[in-house]
Design a protein around this ligand. Structure first.
Ligand code: NAP
Length: 511
C-alpha cells in the first residue's frame, strides 16, 4: 500500500487542509515522508455525522457479519505485516520483535472480539417472566439486553502504535459492540495509522457496511480531538495516553450539553512490594528479573514498575546488587519520540537532584541514538517518600525508585498514599503470607490487577484480565480497556416491559 498522507472520511480519502506533520525516526532524527495534513472542524463534522448515520444500520447488523468484518480486518493487517513492521519501527524506534508481537496481539484481539460477537453473551440477556398472581402487586414481564451506545471517538497512544491505536482494543471492542468508530490518529505514527486505517476501510467496503462505520482524522488533540469529543453525534470516548490529555478530554465530554462517558487510560507507576521472606529466599534473582520488566519497551509501558517498596532485610541488599548489576548492563535504546525522551530526562534529573534520593545504578549510554533512554535505579527511605509527594510522580521510561521500608507493618500506610494504579505486584514466600493478607484489601482498593511473584508488564488478553484501575490509572475504574469485558463500555442496558413477543428483539424472546 502506498502512503498518501490522506485521511479516511467515511469511505473517502481526503487530504486535510490544516497544518502539516511529518513523522520522525527517533533512532536517527530523520524526517519521514509523506507529509500528513491535519483535518479541520468541517472534517470532524463530516466524519462524526456519517458515524451517527451509519450507527442506525450498523447496530442492527447480523452478528455473523460483524464477526466476519472483524476477522477480515485481522486478515488484512496480517497481509500487510512486512510494511507495517517496517513503518512502525521507523516511526517509533520499537524493536522489530516487539512490533511483530504487538501486531499479533492486535490481530488476535480483533479475532477475540469476533468470537465475542458470535457467542452473543455480551448482550447480557436477563428474563423475568410475568407473575400475574404475585401479591401485593403482579410482576410485569421484564426482559433486558444491552445495546450499542453509539459512535465512539478513539485516541491511540504513542507507546502502542498498533494494539492501543487505530485498530487497537478500543476500536475492536466498539466495532464488536455495533458502534461506528472515528479515530483521531496519533501524530507520532501517522504512517502506521494510515496503513491500519486502509485495512479497516477496505473491510468496511467489502462487507457492505455503511461507509460512516469508520473514519480517521489527523490533527492536533487540542483542536481536532476536542472538536471530535464535543461533536453531538459522538456517544463515548476511548483514550490511551497522558494524564493531561485524558483529563482534558474528560472535561470536554462533561461540558457538552449531553455529557458522554470517557474511558481514558492514563497514568500508573505500578508499585511492586518485596516482602522479607521473598527477599531472603531469592533477592538477587528478583533484582535481575525486575530489571527485565523495568526495561521492557524502554520502560514506556503503562504497566512499567516505576516504584518498589522493599522491606529492610539482608535480602534487600541482594536485591539491590542483583538489580544494580542488571541495570549497569542494560543498553540504551531509542525512545518513542524526542518529546517523550526529554520528559524522561527531566524526571530522572529531578530524582538526581532530590537530596533524599540516591542513585543505585545507571545503564549504558549510546550517543549514536538520537532520542535514547538510559536505565536508572534510585533508592529513598519510607520516611522521605511519605514526606515528598513528588517521589510518587510518574517518570515515563526505564527509571524506578526503591523505597526502603523499615517494617512490613508500614506497607499499608505507604500503599494508602498512592493514587489509583493499573497494577500492583507482591513478591512473597511462604512466611510472608500473613503480611500479604493484610495488603490485599488495600491493593484491591487501589489497583485493577494484583500480580503475585510475577511482573506487571505483559498483559494477557482474555476473559478475566483487567487493564484499568481507579483514577488516575483510568478516568473510570469500573471497566477494562483490555480483554473481552472491554465491550461492556460501549453497551447500555435496555429493559422491555410487557413488550409482545412479535416486537421483542430475538435475543430476549427466550426461545
Ligand atoms: P498523549 O500525549 O496524551 O496523546 C494521546 C492522544 O491524545 C494524541 O492523539 C494527542 O494528540 C491527544 N491529546 C493529547 N493532549 C490532548 C488534549 N489536551 N486535548 C485533546 N487531545 C489531546 O499520550 P502519549 O503520546 O501516548 O504519551 C505521552 C505521554 O503520556 C508520555 O510522555 C507519558 O508521560 C504519558 N503516558 C502515556 C501512557 C500510555 O499508556 N500511552 C502511559 C503512561 C504515561 P496530539 O498529540 O496530536 O495533540
Amino acid at each position: 500500500m502506498t502512503l498518501t498522507g490522506q485521511m479516511f472520511l467515511a469511505g473517502d480519502r481526503v487530504l486535510g487542509s490544516g497544518g502539516e506533520v511529518h513523522a520522525t525516526d527517533p533512532r536517527t532524527g530523520a524526517t519521514l515522508e509523506p507529509a500528513y495534513r491535519y483535518g479541520t472542524a468541517a472534517d470532524v463534522d463530516r466524519a462524526a455525522t456519517a458515524a451517527g448515520q451509519a450507527f442506525r444500520t450498523f447496530r442492527r447488523t447480523d452478528p455473523k457479519v460483524r464477526a466476519e468484518f472483524l476477522d477480515a480486518i485481522a486478515d488484512k493487517l496480517t497481509a500487510l505485516t512486512e510494511q507495517v513492521v517496517e513503518r512502525v519501527q521507523a516511526e517509533t524506534g520499537i524493536a522489530e520483535a516487539r512490533v511483530r508481537g504487538e501486531l499479533a496481539r492486535t490481530t488476535n484481539q480483533l479475532r477475540l472480539f469476533a468470537g465475542v460477537v458470535r457467542d452473543g453473551s455480551h448482550t447480557g440477556v436477563r428474563i423475568e417472566p410475568a407473575l400475574p398472581e404475585r401479591t401485593p402487586l403482579p410482576r410485569p414481564d421484564l426482559r433486558q439486553r444491552k445495546v450499542p451506545i453509539g459512535p465512539v471517538a478513539v485516541f491511540g497512544a504513542s507507546n502502542f502504535p498498533l494494539a492501543f491505536s487505530v485498530a487497537g482494543g478500543d476500536t475492536a471492542s466498539a466495532l464488536a459492540a455495533g458502534c461506528p468508530v472515528v479515530v483521531k490518529a496519533h501524530s507520532s505514527h501517522p504512517g502506521t495509522s494510515e496503513l491500519v486505517a486502509g485495512a479497516i476501510a477496505e473491510a468496511v467496503a467489502e462487507h457492505g457496511l455503511p461507509a460512516g462505520v469508520f473514519s480517521m482524522l489527523y490533527g492536533e488533540g487540542r483542536e481536532v480531538g476536542t472538536a471530535l469529543v464535543a461533536h453531538p453525534a459522538i456517544a463515548a470516548v476511548g483514550f490511551t495516553g497522558s494524564r493531561s490529555g485524558g483529563t482534558a478530554l474528560v472535561a470536554v465530554a462533561n461540558a457538552r450539553p449531553r455529557p458522554i462517558p470517557v474511558y481514558a487510560e492514563m497514568s500508573s507507576i505500578n508499585p511492586v512490594v518485596l516482602l522479607p521472606g521473598a527477599l531472603a529466599e531469592r533477592g538477587s534473582a528478583i533484582g535481575a528479573a525486575f530489571v527485565g520488566s523495568l526495561t521492557m519497551g524502554v520502560g514506556q509501558l503503562c504497566t512499567n514498575p516505576g516504584l518498589v517498596f522493599a522491606v529492610e532485610s539482608a535480602g534487600l541488599q541482594d536485591f539491590l546488587e542483583g538489580a544494580g548489576a542488571a541495570v549497569r548492563e542494560s543498553a540504551a535504546a531509542p525512545m518513542l519520540s524526542a518529546t517523550i525522551c526529554s520528559a524522561y530526562d527531566r524526571g530522572v534529573q529531578a530524582l538526581r537532584e532530590n537530596p533524599a534520593v540516591e542513585e543505585v545504578a545507571t545503564g549504558l549510554d549510546d550517543e549514536s541514538i538520537s532520542a535514547r533512554g538510559v536505565t536508572h535505579l534510585f533508592t529513598t527511605t519510607g520516611e522521605a517518600f511519605l514526606a515528598d509527594e513528588s517521589l510518587s510522580a510518574e517518570v515515563f521510561g526505564a527509571s524506578s525508585l526503591v523505597v526502603r521500608v523499615p517494617d512490613a507493618a508500614l506497607l499499608p500506610e505507604l500503599l494508602e498514599r498512592l493514587e489509583g494504579q493499573l497494577t500492583a505486584t507482591v513478591h512473597l514466600a511462604e512466611q510472608d503470607v500473613p503480611a500479604a493478607e493484610e495488603l490485599l484489601p488495600v491493593l484491591e482498593e487501589k489497583v485493577g490487577r494484583i500480580v503475585v511473584n510475577g511482573w506487571p508488564t505483559g498483559v494477557d488478553v482474555g476473559a478475566a484480565i483487567v487493564h484499568g484501575g481507579p483514577f488516575p490509572a483510568t478516568s473510570d475504574g469500573r471497566s477494562t480497556s483490555v480483554g473481552t469485558l472491554a465491550i461492556d463500555r460501549f453497551l447500555r442496558p435496555v429493559a422491555y416491559q410487557d413488550v409482545p413477543a412479535a416486537l421483542l428483539p430475538a435475543e430476549v424472546r427466550g426461545e
